[in-house]
Design a protein around this ligand. Structure first.
Ligand SMILES: [Ca+2]
Length: 365
């Protein structure tokens, strides 16, 4: 009750400040040349009217109980509007118009009353925690320590359309960063829905999937086109890099493509049959669409490959999942039963302790 009262008072003060600052009814945003019009926002369902509202304070009480509400307006016709973020109107934010008269502090963070400032979370920064970095490498300049950090990135808009990723950064003279798209030690359930794979999911640092939307954004506008993958066993492993990697968007079901293997190397005693080398296990996946058990876009008209193999992936007409990194365990090789989860021709993972094995896919920008 007390918190609500404080929020309402804050609203009134903010409102008065904005009104006293002499802003016009609507503001032309010179920087982006976007006219912020309330009717546009209503058409786009970014603003909604609440009826039977007595006054501005009453109007604000609806905003306070709605997490998506970033401001209210109460006009001379006694109409109350609640306003949400409106990414469809690029460059037009709630601050641009005096009709949208309240800005909640700390969009991605919490207010620290002692320092009278926002404490931002998830990689956001700025006075009200509304901005985020374009890429993982920016974290180094921002003072992040060596290791994994789960943060929001937005290569194009610096906060308008952020997506969550896991960055690995290593500051220092030869600083390094990468985006961890997938890591899996083989014990968590990766048999997840289409929505999970699009948005991403997370168990811990070593068992996670960054959403396909992020893969797409990073390869399209983030300049991240070197796809690396690693099979790491106890003391040995296989590492390959694909050049000019590209993941298309939702319209083509996240079609996968790349130009070729840029680099391939093994270390330790990675299980390699005599006189042979590993091809890229991504080679057979060129131009395939992504599939999950509840959204079948594979190349097989008879099978739901994702349901059969127990994870989302890019599948061929025979449901071979090749280097299917989301697999449960790494002990299998030889004939391929339906639950085949990681098959790398010739590699006998059972010879190794699977406890310390992991697979990883990451992007270098
Ligand atoms: Ca199918």
């Amino acid at each position: 009750m007390e918190i609500t009262a404080i929020a309402v008072i804050t609203l009134i003060i903010s409102t008065l400040l904005l009104k006293c600052s002499g802003m016009a009814t609507s503001i032309f945003n010179l920087e982006s040349s976007v006219f912020c019009d309330l009717s546009d926002r209503i058409d786009l369902e970014c603003s909604t009217e609440v009826t039977d509202v007595r006054n501005l304070v009453h109007c604000a009480s609806f905003c306070d109980s709605d997490a998506s509400c970033i401001g209210v307006s109460f006009d001379k016709n006694r109409r109350c509007f609640l306003h949400q973020e409106c990414p469809m109107i690029s460059g037009c934010t709630v601050e641009d118009s005096s009709t949208l008269s309240m800005t909640k502090y700390c969009k991605h963070g919490t207010w620290n009353a002692t320092s009278s400032s926002c404490v931002c979370v998830d990689g956001f920064w700025g006075d009200n925690c509304s901005q985020c970095y374009a890429g993982c490498h920016d974290l180094i300049g921002a003072g992040y320590s060596q290791g994994h950090h789960r943060v929001y990135l937005d290569p194009e808009h610096y906060g308008m359309n952020p997506f969550l990723v896991q960055c690995y950064v290593s500051p220092g003279a030869s600083s390094y960063s990468s985006v961890q798209l997938l890591k899996n030690q083989g014990f968590e359930n990766f048999n997840r829905t289409w929505l999970d794979y699009v948005k991403g999911f997370y168990y811990d640092t070593d068992n996670m999937w960054t959403g396909l939307h992020a893969w797409h954004q990073l390869s399209k506008v983030g300049g991240c086109n070197k796809l690396n993958y690693l099979f790491a066993l106890e003391t040995s492993g296989l590492f390959q890099t694909l050049d000019n990697f590209k993941l298309e968007g939702r319209e083509t079901k996240y079609k996968f493509s790349f130009d070729g293997v840029f680099q391939s190397q093994t270390y330790g005693v990675f299980p390699l049959p005599p006189n042979s080398s590993y091809d890229s296990c991504f080679d057979p996946l060129q131009n395939f669409r992504f599939s999950t058990w509840d959204s079948d876009h594979d190349e097989s008209s008879d099978e739901n490959c994702a349901a059969r193999t127990g994870s989302g992936w890019w599948f061929s007409s025979t449901c071979d999942n090749y280097c299917n990194f989301p697999g449960y365990g790494f002990q299998f090789w030889g004939d391929k039963p339906d639950y085949q989860l990681l098959s790398l021709s010739g590699a006998n993972f059972s010879e190794f302790s699977s406890q310390n094995a992991h697979v990883a896919v990451f992007l270098h920008c």
